[in-house]
Ligand binder design. Structure first.
Ligand code: PNS
Length: 163
């Protein structure tokens, strides 16, 4: 059996935290589809869908079982469509739990054929999020420890305000 997992998110932009989860998921499943999805709670994106996809592609090149796709419908429908057996998400702290638990239950209700699997975030990425990266970059702070080196310049170009 070819075991496919979907790793969904906004990835606006991808952080070291995301890359860690994607990398660990690639070791657990035969194929991992990193799915750039739409979060209706986040209306303003800093990067286009294509930019987000191409950033993910460039930092996962070395992982042979990763595919990068986008989808603007329900995650549960996509998971069913591709025959995935798992939705992989990273779980940071207590604050993530309620929202993630709610989504996992809703997705299970919508499609019973896949499990949501939570990977605990590496301790050094505990505080990290795309929003934190955007805030720090916006005010001219150093984000080099928070995002992969290959995409650092692209992210800075877009987010660091000219003084
Ligand atoms: O990185 P994010 O923004 O926390 O990821 C959230 C995301 C995109 C995975 C979630 O909003 C999602 O699954 N969106 C797709 C639409 C959907 O299925 N929504 C209902 C989830 S219960």
């Amino acid at each position: 059996m070819h075991r496919i997992a979907v790793c969904p998110g906004s990835f606006d932009p991808l952080t070291m935290g995301h890359l860690d989860i994607i990398t660990r998921a690639s070791g657990l499943f035969d194929e991992v589809i990193v799915l750039v999805s739409v979060n209706m709670m986040k209306a303003d994106f800093s990067f286009s869908l294509e930019e987000r996809k191409s950033m993910i592609l460039s930092v996962t090149k070395h992982l042979s079982n990763i595919r990068v796709e986008s989808f603007d419908g329900l995650l549960a429908d996509y998971v069913k469509q591709v025959g995935a057996i798992a939705i992989v998400k990273g779980l940071r702290a207590v604050s993530d739990f309620e929202y993630e638990f709610q989504m996992a239950l809703a997705n299970k209700k919508l499609y019973d054929g896949a499990e949501t699997v939570f990977l605990t975030t590496a301790a050094e990425n505990m505080y990290l999020s795309s929003s934190v990266v955007k805030q720090i970059a916006n005010f001219g702070g150093d984000i080099s420890h928070f995002v992969p080196e290959q995409i650092l310049d692209d992210i800075k170009k877009r987010l660091v305000k000219e003084k």
